[in-house]
Design a protein around this ligand. Structure first.
Ligand SMILES: [Zn+2]
Length: 400
């Protein structure tokens, strides 16, 4: 046993020595590259902000090598291609020599929070847009990063090996291969004057962790939690999947569903995992009566086609198929106005009949499910007026 103990402590010392050696080499390389002294470079390399919150500590030598070796932005026969203002922008690096490395390490972490595009996907976020979002996100925790140059953003992306492509027109910006929806989400979260997203389906995987780590770091606390990129969710939402397929199908449901699809894409609201959530979302966003009625019809259609266990509803209304309204006969004092409205039943084979008959003496409101199958499976929700009837499944009752 004592032998084992000795072996373990020597391993720990080996690891520490290796780490110290790496820090020394990195510091020397950075001091040389940015023309600063060892102590100033060491302060940056060992800064708690540069420790790597969403991955390994960034290596200064790897950053420097990127500018030499990278396929797109690496130097061409010793001439730099990437500079402070961007790609082929003819401006060399303008190092402040006190926070350059820390800023680049933070930019690497900022980019790590997004989902990188897979091969075959076309990069769609400009380095110019990203540089501003990065500055807004990082600047409040690390003030020197409240201005980020286009070149440094590209540098960090290249060091991370994110897909990079040139813009269609010659430009100092490059297109960076991260999820555009996720970038739009972060931009709206951090940039002044933008309304904050109300749906979080496009929140980047590392967003919460990075923000929390930077807050701790700013408060002088040690950040100990390790972050692992989560496995992408495999949650299937049959109603949502069905609904987005209805977008643009050429009727009112198709037209309104286009707005739902856009709202999900733009993080204006969450995903409707169930039909019920769809109606809730429309109430939250203050949808118009027309939109809401169309949504009720969409839900009724969904109920007709899906298995009962997938309905995800508490109650429904169904589309109106026929209305009859008769004014009172002015010559007959016993007569009052009469209304009869017919709606599709949930299965679509029969109908729901709503009748209102009244005169000075009585008010008669009738509701009827005229369908053998649906009258077994559905009942009217108690406590609603006949004008506002809703149906609920008999099996699940009022439980949601
Ligand atoms: Zn029916």
């Amino acid at each position: 046993m004592p032998r084992l103990k000795i072996k373990m402590s020597s391993n720990i010392i080996d690891t520490r020595d290796a780490r110290d050696r790496k820090v020394k080499q990195d510091t020397r390389a950075w001091a040389k590259y940015t023309d600063t002294n060892y102590t100033t470079a060491l302060r940056q390399v060992e800064s708690p902000f540069a420790k790597g919150f969403l991955g390994e500590r960034v290596s200064a030598r790897q950053l420097i090598n990127t500018l030499d070796d990278h396929d797109l932005v690496g130097a061409d026969d010793g001439d730099f291609i990437l500079g402070e203002a961007g790609y082929y922008a003819d401006t060399p690096w303008n190092f402040n020599q006190t926070s350059d490395f820390t800023e680049l390490a933070l930019l690497v972490d900022f980019l790590r929070m997004f989902t990188p595009l897979g091969s075959g996907e076309k990069p769609g976020v400009s380095s110019y847009a990203l540089e501003h979002t990065a500055a807004d996100f990082l600047g409040k925790f690390f003030p020197p990063a409240s201005h980020v140059s286009n070149g440094r953003l590209i540098w960090a992306a290249a060091a991370l090996d994110l897909p990079l492509v040139e813009e269609e027109e010659a430009s100092p910006n490059l297109m960076i291969g991260i999820s555009k929806r996720e970038h739009d989400y972060v931009k709206r979260m951090v940039r002044a004057g933008h309304t904050k997203p109300r749906g979080h389906q496009h929140r980047p995987a590392g967003f919460i962790h990075l923000q929390a780590a930077l807050e701790q770091c700013t408060a002088g606390e040690a950040v100990l939690d390790r972050w692992e990129r989560p496995v992408p969710s495999t949650e299937v939402c049959p109603f949502h999947e069905w609904l987005i397929k209805q977008a643009g199908r050429g009727d009112a449901i198709g037209d309104w569903t286009v707005h739902y699809v856009a709202g999900v894409a733009d993080s204006d609201h969450r995903i409707a995992r169930t039909a019920n959530e769809y109606l809730e979302i429309l109430q939250e966003v203050g949808a118009s009566d027309d939109c809401y009625e169309s949504a009720e019809n969409a839900v009724a259609e969904w109920v007709r086609i899906c298995a009962p266990s997938q309905r995800g509803i508490t109650s429904i209304r169904t589309p109106r198929i026929h209305s009859l309204v008769e004014e009172a006969d002015v010559d007959d004092s016993d007569s009052g106005p009469f209304e009869r409205h017919e709606f599709l039943c949930p299965c679509g084979e029969g109908k729901i009949v709503e009748e209102h008959d009244s005169n000075a003496d009585f008010q008669d409101n009738d509701l009827l499910i005229e369908c053998e199958m649906c009258s077994e499976d559905w009942r009217f929700v108690l406590g609603l007026s006949a004008w506002e009837w809703r149906l609920e499944p008999v099996t699940t009752g009022t439980a949601s």
